[in-house]
Design a protein around this ligand. Structure first.
Ligand code: RIB
Ligand code: CA
Length: 316
């Protein structure tokens, strides 16, 4: 029996240790065809997120995949970065060589638009792992691409878990709430991996040891990244490890059955400074507003880490 063709995806990202694990998981999974990696300012400035994407492709020996640099700042608000979580380089932890791979000359937004116009309608899934600036710019510059997008599976937002950069807002949405508003009002099918799910997948010492036990370079690099990345959340939440936010997006594409959620209405706060970037999730359907996204709320954490460990072991 012929395996079904690989699912084409574009990963839009601000690496970021958890972004890095998501990218490596995608590269290790033949079910997915990574058309390209587009970078955005977020965890660290654009020059570093772009450098980091190139480093990761070289680590995985996948120089065939293009990196396209995107927005250097959010649509309206000034850029807020997260070096306090990810370190100065955005990939603190392992000692990684400067990349020899350079980003492609075409910018991220042009690449996203061109790819969606060239690929069969409804075939491409967009996987934003950072602020949604590039996705919003593509939708505004080329509204014709909206019906051509199969699905947007993004990491961002929260509801019952509250926020992680303010009491009300999760970082990706907080950095560019206006871009998030464009995306959530686009009519494109959205699956959202919020803090409510990502805080259930903690990189405990045993889980990091299992990744390291594979004995490959990628496993060692990931282990060192996670041992750096976890310090912020362990100190803040007294948790037993760091939450693997962005890999939830890729794991959902590979094993959707380990996640559970609900189709609801989600709106973005863009006016109040107090709650700026809050995802207002109508979990109980009281607003009467139409459902526009699938809010994931449960994940089988052991299944998630079994998948992650097995796939990372396939890398160089
Ligand atoms: O709030 C978590 C999100 O913000 C993750 O995508 C992390 O990489 C940072 O971008
Ligand atoms: Ca990210």
């Amino acid at each position: 029996m012929h395996p079904s063709p690989a699912r084409p995806i574009i990963i839009d990202t601000d690496p970021g240790q958890d972004d890095a694990v998501a990218i490596l998981l995608a590269l290790a999974s033949p079910e997915l065809q990574v058309l390209g990696i587009t970078t955005v300012a977020g965890n660290v400035p654009l020059a570093l997120t772009t450098r980091n994407a190139c480093i990761l492709l070289e680590l995985a020996n996948r120089r065939d995949i293009p990196v396209h640099a995107g927005a250097i700042r959010p649509l309206v608000r000034p850029l807020v970065t997260a070096e306090h979580v990810h370190g100065k380089t955005g990939l603190d932890g392992p000692d990684l060589p400067e990349p020899t791979l350079a980003p492609a000359p075409e910018d991220a937004v042009a690449f996203i638009i061109r790819s969606l116009r060239e690929q069969p309608p409804g075939s491409v899934t967009l996987c934003p792992l950072g602020p949604l600036t590039n996705i919003a710019l593509a939708l505004v510059r080329a509204p014709d691409i909206a019906p051509r997008i199969r699905e947007i599976v993004l990491m961002g937002g929260g509801c019952f878990e509250g926020g992680n950069i303010t009491p009300a807002a999760e970082f990706n949405i907080y950095v560019d709430p206006h871009a998030a508003e464009v995306v959530f009002r686009s009519g494109v099918p959205i699956t959202m991996m919020p803090l409510d799910v990502t805080h259930q997948v903690l990189s405990t010492p045993a889980r990091i040891a299992a990744i390291r036990a594979a004995g490959n370079r990628s496993g060692e690099v990931v282990a060192q990244m996670l041992e750096f990345f976890e310090r912020f959340d362990v100190a803040k939440y007294q948790s037993d490890g760091g939450p693997l936010h962005d890999p939830c997006v890729i794991a959902y594409l590979l094993q959707p059955e380990i996640f559970q959620g609900r189709q609801v209405n989600i709106e973005i706060e863009t006016r109040s400074e107090l709650t700026m970037g809050m995802t207002v999730v109508d979990w109980w359907g009281v607003s009467g507003r139409p459902a526009n996204a699938r809010f994931m709320r449960q994940v089988d954490a052991d299944a998630f880490f079994a998948l992650l460990r097995e796939r990372l072991a396939r890398l160089p």
